[in-house]
Ligand binder design. Structure first.
Ligand SMILES: Cc1cc2nc3c(=O)[nH]c(=O)nc-3n(C[C@H](O)[C@H](O)[C@H](O)COP(=O)(O)O)c2cc1C
Length: 371
């Protein structure tokens, strides 16, 4: 059988991709206020990056008011947000593209100024993250000690993922991705440093992965498993995370999710920082894809520090089925065409990653062939 390339088609659940260059979820904090509503500038950003049969995974989007982690991060829990997203999905579909929405609850990676009524962010346990939150006024403030969730509150959070998925489909998305990576609520449940619970959601691996599995089941039941992906960062260190012994935990979690028949598993490779917060590289770490591939029945998207050569290698070696690009997609609206042509790439400007307007968002130039 001929080996696939980055430009071979791929069926991932119900998602029919015409090539394997995926746009990674990228938080840009540019939703309209009040209400964290996606707007026409956001639609233009995604429109520029859409290609026929190309999958875009839209930025982490809170499933509820309490799930918000950053100022001007969009939500998918109000009608206005659903309307706003509709313009985004329409723009991508008009170019023949596919778009999934990443669903997040930020848990402790939030700040009371972003919470309804100014309450403390809630998390599996009252364990504070090292580092700084973004406040509602875009200031940096130390993370607060979160409030530990009562057992009885957890089903409502699972339900908020379910209703967010339903809203995403109403807004025209082709699917959703559960954000189980980079230190947000799902990962806070998974990892022992952030989960000190004594109930059925803490302690053993089976208990720590319960929230993830329940959320994935609920979402799959709501919109169909073939439209659902999950993102994990087994070796990640973003947002003060890191499991001492990640292999048993993530092997079990991936095996349990594999039973659900989801569209894809999206794994962040440890050699890049999970959030792209700095250009750090950890080449000594093992490959998450290679390690977890045997435990997953479906398709795998791999992300983290890829360029054209390493992406092609990962696909042809069979370690991954598709490659997600983050920072290169920020800087190159026409990344897919550039990779196809082997054209040079624009460099990204970190100063315009978060917040602001069109600068560094919709004004990166497309490649022009000089005759
Ligand atoms: C500005 C910025 C925002 C990001 N936002 C998200 C996000 O919303 N959800 C997520 O899972 N990862 C997020 N990431 C991580 C990227 O999806 C990706 O995993 C990371 O940048 C590594 O890939 P790269 O080397 O191709 O950039 C973000 C990264 C950057 C640079």
């Amino acid at each position: 059988m001929k080996r696939p390339t980055l430009f071979s088609p791929l069926a991932a659940g119900l998602l029919e991709l015409q090539h394997r260059v995926v746009m990674a979820p990228l938080t840009r904090m540019r939703a309209s206020q009040p209400g964290n509503v996606p707007n026409l500038l956001n639609a233009e950003h995604y429109r520029q990056r859409a290609t026929p049969g190309g999958l875009i995974i839209a930025e982490a989007t809170q499933v509820s008011e309490t799930g918000q982690g950053y100022p001007a991060a969009p939500g998918i829990h109000s009608d206005a947000q659903v309307e706003g997203w509709r313009a985004v999905t329409r723009a991508v579909h008009e170019r023949g593209g596919l778009i999934a929405l990443q669903l997040v609850h930020s848990g402790r990676i939030s700040h009371s100024s972003l919470q309804p009524g100014g309450g403390l962010p809630a998390a599996p346990s009252a364990v504070v993250a090292a580092g700084n939150a973004f406040t509602r006024d875009w200031e940096r403030a130390s993370f607060e000690v979160p409030r530990a969730l009562e057992t009885g509150e957890i089903p409502a959070i699972v339900s908020s993922f379910r209703s967010a998925a339903r809203n995403a489909i109403r807004a025209g998305f082709d699917g959703v991705e559960l954000h189980g990576a980079n230190g947000y609520l799902i990962e806070q449940f998974l990892q022992s440093r952030t989960n000190k619970r004594a109930d059925q959601y803490g302690g053993s691996i089976a208990n720590r992965m319960r929230f993830l599995v329940e959320a994935a089941q609920a979402v799959a039941e709501e919109i169909g498993a073939g439209r659902v992906g999950v993102r994990l960062s087994p070796f990640g260190i973003a947002n003060d995370t890191g499991e001492d012994d990640p292999v048993p935990l993530y092997t079990r979690a991936v095996e349990a999710l594999s039973e659900l028949g989801l569209a894809y598993m999206h794994l962040i490779e440890p050699r890049a920082s999970g959030t792209g917060a700095a250009d750090i590289s950890r080449p000594e770490m093992p490959s998450a894809c290679a390690l977890l591939r045997p435990h997953w029945r479906g398709k795998i998207i791999s992300a983290g520090g890829y360029d054209l050569r390493t992406a092609q290698e990962a696909i042809s070696a069979g370690n991954a089925d598709a490659i997600a690009f983050g920072r290169l997609f920020i800087a190159n609206p026409d990344l897919v065409e550039r990779l196809r042509a082997g054209a040079p790439l624009n460099a990204w400007d970190r100063s315009t990653f978060y917040g602001g307007t069109a600068a560094g968002y919709t004004d990166y130039p497309a490649y022009k062939i000089v005759a």
